[in-house]
Design a binder for this molecule. Structure first.
Ligand code: GLA
Length: 712
């Protein structure tokens, strides 16, 4: 039983395979958090350890921290009742367990506000999902000023370090690791989307490394403004409070209305970061990604954006499609520029009809051609945006998010439609529905290329205007949910100037993400390394492009960098030589052979490109019988070495593995070794700095893909 209630001590014990989470009812009728960490001995099995967790120790560790009574931790819930009272007093009412689900019912009786805390225990991945529903059962409005999803608590120990992901456009997902000092560290977004600046993910570790030590982590299922506060007070447990950002937020909860604070997912590993990441990855595949496609392999795609930018037309796309088919691409995607008067980024957004100069007979001839080449067809849209130079804006200037008498700041020459409005929502649903009904489209890249500033919604009463932040996101989710149900054949890719809206909220409605516009194959490695802490490789799209210089990076290095997740190609195929085509065909075929393991298997970061002279990532099949090693040199750590020992992980000590290279049928065996030897001694990669001595010129960007399989 994953959820137990001990009547005598009035404690709830939530247990996964390796994690325990305990909270209880104190004698004042308040729910206090008592423990989060390694699984503890069952109370019922060890009556003598009942006092292991002392009730009074954590008087301020409210399981749901509200503004009210003695609580002065960062809050989850702040309200203003109609008479001006701003303290919330919650009392425990009841609970209900059903399998892996638990609900704890609380209420502020005087004002008839009920608060339900929901938990779902994911035993296999040592994860708990928590979300909160509040309901106004009175006949007066209640103003909600803050409604976060969790207040969590971890040990206060000087070894505790906070890990989080930071970045910007073209440089997303940099991992930071720092001491936690007294006071509050705020990770947040205030720009109306998840943002590339910070990602709604945290991990706190205690001198952990990849394979050892305690790691606590969490991430939020929300694609708008969010906030995670890590608050430390001397001698007390460290608190982590997370959810929708209270900055510029308020919501008028009408009588009988319910409001849900989104899912915050948290988990624990006492076997270091690798286990934590693997659990997150597999949890996302099993519980977050849309069920219909979660375990279907992602296709190798070609996206023509970098080759033709806005200058798309039927003819040049057909030429690229032919070349893409030649190297084994399975999905051809046309990006920006196919609609309205979209010849550059100054005009056209909002006018979602096919540009007749570029496609005189509509999209269908291109689509049929792509299909005749045996590929699926995909298309780019940016539905939430409008250019001032567009028919849509001229017709509906009031649809954009803005304040009167204030500037309407442009980003990439565009404004944002106010998706919180029902008419805007309907406009998007209708044009997307038409586009997908009238054309045989299998894939949509849904982009969103700016931040929200001047967040005005002037058409509603001032006291409701701040609801824009949440209503926008709800409508976005509803649109995608509707489109997915209506057009189940379509795969959705989420993009926001690259990785600006990567979170498990939107992942519930999109199958993959465009990780970063920075496709430089070396820069990418740090981005991909950071990404892997919080999100599954399958979700991460990487393209082989010409970024960083076609001649700087060998084509194989570009492929190997992009093969660490789901593979795409964005290079200008018109510039490919016959040799490039041959190599690309080979790499695409190799990827097809290994993608089951890369996309669905266990990922091990064998080294960090930030600190080491190479980046090596291992992927092990679900049954652990087969694996892949992707090795890329870090040229910034160039030294006179030509042999690197890469130690594998996750293998059986006594089994014998054949390590080989190449495609099925033409494999080149490298060595046979026991699992133990591969783990302890490693595979020797003959790196190429020896070229330096032979030719005087080093191949800085050296890479290899090795495969291994357990011998029967
Ligand atoms: C954004 C995306 C790119 C591309 C362009 C098109 O920058 O991140 O991949 O789609 O828009 O304008």
């Amino acid at each position: 039983m994953p959820i137990n209630f001990d009547k005598e001590t009035k404690r709830w014990l939530l247990e996964t395979e390796n994690m325990g989470y305990v909270f209880g009812l104190d004698d004042q009728g308040k729910i206090k958090n008592l423990y989060w960490g390694s699984k503890l001995p069952r109370v019922q099995d060890y009556p003598e350890v009942k006092d292991l967790i002392l009730m009074d120790r954590y008087t301020w560790n409210d399981e749901f921290s509200v503004r009210g009574e003695k609580n002065n931790v960062e809050h989850c819930l702040k309200v203003e009742y109609c008479d001006g009272v701003r303290d919330v007093v919650l009392n425990y009412k009841s609970f209900e367990v059903s399998g892996n689900d638990l609900v704890i019912r609380l209420s502020d009786d005087h004002y008839n506000l009920s608060v339900n805390l929901f938990y779902k225990v994911i035993e296999k991945y040592d994860i708990i999902e928590r979300w909160v529903e509040i309901e106004n059962n009175s006949n007066q409005e209640i103003k909600i000023e803050d409604m976060k999803s969790v207040s969590l608590y971890v040990e206060n120990d000087e070894k505790a370090k906070l890990n989080y992901l930071t970045g910007m456009w073209g440089s997303e997902f940099h991992l930071r690791r720092e001491e936690i000092n007294e006071g509050s560290k705020v990770l947040e977004s205030r720009v109306g989307k998840t943002s590339a600046y910070l990602n709604p993910f945290f991990a706190i570790d205690y001198s952990a490394d990849e394979d050892h030590g305690k790691v606590y982590f969490g991430e939020l299922a929300w694609s708008g403004n969010w906030k995670i506060v890590v608050q430390k007070r001397i001698y007390e447990r460290i608190a982590i409070i997370g959810g929708i950002n209270d900055w510029d937020f308020s919501y008028i909860l009408e009588p009988s209305e319910k409001l849900t604070a989104p899912k915050f997912v948290f988990g624990f590993s006492d076997e270091g970061f690798t286990k934590a990441s693997q659990n997150i990855h597999h949890y996302q595949l099993d519980y977050i990604l849309p069920k219909d496609k979660a375990h279907i392999l992602r296709k190798v795609l070609y996206n023509s954006w970098e080759a033709t930018t806005f200058n798309v037309n039927e003819e040049n796309q057909k030429i690229l499609a032919e070349k893409a088919a030649k190297i084994g691409v399975e999905l051809f995607v046309i990006d920006d520029g196919w609609f309205g008067k979209r010849n550059d980024d100054h005009a056209g957004l909002g006018d979602w009809y096919v540009n007749k100069e570029k496609f005189p007979n509509g999209l269908q001839p291109l689509i049929s051609y792509v299909k005749s080449l045996g590929m699926d067809f995909g298309i780019w849209v940016e539905p939430e945006m409008v250019n001032p130079d567009s028919e849509l804006y001229r017709k509906h200037p009031d649809w954009v998010i803005s304040f009167p008498n204030r500037p309407k700041s442009l980003e990439r020459n565009q404004l944002m439609l106010n998706l919180a409005r029902e008419d805007v929502k309907k406009f998007i649903v209708d044009f997307m529905d038409n586009l997908l009904t009238q054309n045989d489209i299998d894939f949509v890249k849904w982009d969103m290329n700016r931040h929200v500033f001047e967040s005005g919604w002037m058409q509603v009463e001032p006291r409701k205007q701040r609801e824009i932040w949440v209503k926008y996101v709800w409508n976005l989710y509803e649109i995608l949910k509707y489109l997915r149900e209506k057009h189940p054949q379509v795969t959705f890719e989420n993009c926001s100037s690259g990785g600006g809206r990567v979170d498990i909220g939107l992942m519930q409605y999109s199958d993959q993400v465009w990780t970063s516009d920075n496709t430089d194959p070396f820069d990418r490695l740090e981005i991909q390394e950071g990404f892997s802490y919080a999100y599954a490789p399958k979700i991460m799209m990487g393209w082989v492009t010409d970024w960083g210089g076609k001649d700087t990076y060998p084509l194989a290095y570009r492929f190997h960098s992009s093969m660490m997740g789901s593979l795409g190609i964005g290079a200008d195929l018109n510039k490919f030589s016959e040799k490039d085509f041959d190599l690309a065909r080979h790499q695409v075929q190799l990827y097809k052979e290994i993608r089951q393991i890369v996309q669905e298997g266990y990922q091990f970061r064998l080294s960090s490109v930030i600190n080491e002279r190479y980046f090596a990532v291992e992927y092990l099949s679900k049954n652990k019988d087969e694996g892949v090693l992707i090795y890329l040199r870090n040229p910034r750590r160039f030294g006179l070495f030509d042999r690197v020992d890469v130690k594998l992980k996750g293998l059986e000590n006594d089994a014998v593995y054949t390590v080989y290279e190449g495609l099925q049928g033409e494999e080149k065996e490298i060595i046979k070794l026991s699992g133990k030897a591969l783990k302890e001694r490693g595979i020797i990669i003959e790196d190429s700095s020896k070229d330096f001595f032979e030719t005087g010129k080093a191949t800085h960007f050296y890479s290899r893909i090795l495969r291994f399989r357990k011998r029967d």
